[in-house]
Design a protein around this ligand. Structure first.
Ligand SMILES: Cc1cc2nc3c(=O)[nH]c(=O)nc-3n(C[C@H](O)[C@H](O)[C@H](O)COP(=O)(O)O)c2cc1C
Length: 337
């Protein structure tokens, strides 16, 4: 019956019916995805432990960024601290084991470094002290360690990157946001892109597209639209990874470009590191207006969507960066035996 129908109904008609079915499915499933996201993301004001932890990691990162600036600004982050402190108080209430919680430890270590640096310089920290109850202030005072704060990266340590094992290269790579003034050519980046081409993708359809931007005026226009690189000098080069929707064949694949583009991004980051180029991935989850403005500046085809930027430059002799402590692997693994 099916075979007979297939012979009678022209392919164009089958394609049209399938298209209508796919449109309905696309809408329904996108709404379902939206609802799951709405139910679970870490909304401001939520007292769920996981939500508090997410927001604490975010603010720890803001403090680590401020601490790692070449041009350190005493008194930075007053607004961040005002939002950060109540989250730590809230975590101490919902997590009985908060003192051994790695996220709490990272936060207090970063705050310890903030406090110590200001105290050493004799800077008045009254604005910070007022935010924390006595027990937390005490915790911060004692939180010396390697769970949070800043790391120092040295250009000289990168000389043998091409000989490192994968484990060593992964361990040594850190996001670097301050670069030397030496220009980076498109050719330098193209060598790393050639290595990243081995990244797998769905059915080998290779949706990732790479836009290399070395024009300083263009970078200066794009970065404020990105929004997550404020307070830093412009990078000498910028890579924009996009995914081309033309590589996908049905609505089930609507998010595939983020997966494939993300994988490509990680390969590219490691390839850049191997070639002794400093880099920092930067998000492109932009509000509509900034997304549109970015597309217009780069004249991006309608079929492409933004996956991520990577800021690229040469290493400074020495630079600080965020510690960005990772979870213990056991805490993210669920074995379904
Ligand atoms: C998709 C993505 C988006 C990111 N966006 C930003 C950003 O907007 N600004 C920024 O300074 N860092 C950004 N980062 C860098 C992260 O802060 C950094 O990767 C994280 O703290 C881990 O540190 P590491 O890269 O040094 O290991 C981003 C990283 C990724 C993977």
């Amino acid at each position: 019956m099916k075979e007979t129908l297939k012979k009678i109904v022209p392919e164009s008609m089958i394609a049209w019916i399938r298209g209508v079915q796919a449109s309905v499915k696309l809408r329904r499933e996108t709404i379902r995805q939206m609802k799951r996201f709405e139910r679970n993301y870490a909304k401001r004001g939520s007292m769920r432990k996981e939500h508090l932890e997410t927001r604490i990691i975010f603010f720890t990162h803001q403090i680590e960024k401020g601490l790692s600036h070449q041009d350190f600004r005493f008194g930075f982050g007053k607004g961040v601290l005002a939002e950060f402190a109540p989250l730590l108080v809230a975590l101490s209430k919902v997590d009985a084991q908060y003192k051994s919680n790695g996220i709490f430890q990272s936060a207090t270590c970063a705050l310890h470094e903030y406090r110590a640096r200001h105290e050493r310089a004799g800077y008045d920290l009254d604005y910070m002290r007022r935010l924390f109850p006595d027990d937390l202030w005490e915790e911060i005072g004692q939180a010396q360690g390697h769970a949070g704060g800043v790391l120092t990266i040295k250009a000289a340590d990168k000389a043998h990157n091409a000989e490192l094992t994968f484990e060593q290269l992964s361990e040594a790579r850190h996001s670097v946001r301050e670069f030397s003034d030496e220009p980076v050519s498109a050719e330098d980046i193209e060598q790393a892109v050639a290595i990243a081409m081995r990244t797998p993708s769905v059915c080998n359809r290779q949706p990732t597209r790479v836009h290399i931007i070395t024009n300083a005026d263009m970078i200066a226009k794009l970065m404020p639209l990105q929004g997550g690189f404020r307070g830093y000098k412009m990078p000498p080069a910028l890579i924009l990874l996009t995914a081309d929707n033309q590589a996908f064949m049905n609505q089930d694949e609507r998010n595939e470009g983020y997966t494939d583009g993300g994988l490509f991004g990680m390969s590219l980051l490691l390839a850049l590191e191997e070639q002794q180029l400093a880099a920092c991935p930067l998000n492109t989850m932009l509000p509509m207006k900034r997304d549109d403005a970015t597309r217009k500046l780069l004249n991006l085809p309608d079929s492409e969507f933004l996956v991520m930027y990577i800021a690229v430059g040469h290493f400074l002799p020495e630079v600080k960066t965020c510690m960005s402590k990772r979870f213990d692997p056991e805490s993210i693994v669920t074995v379904h035996a």
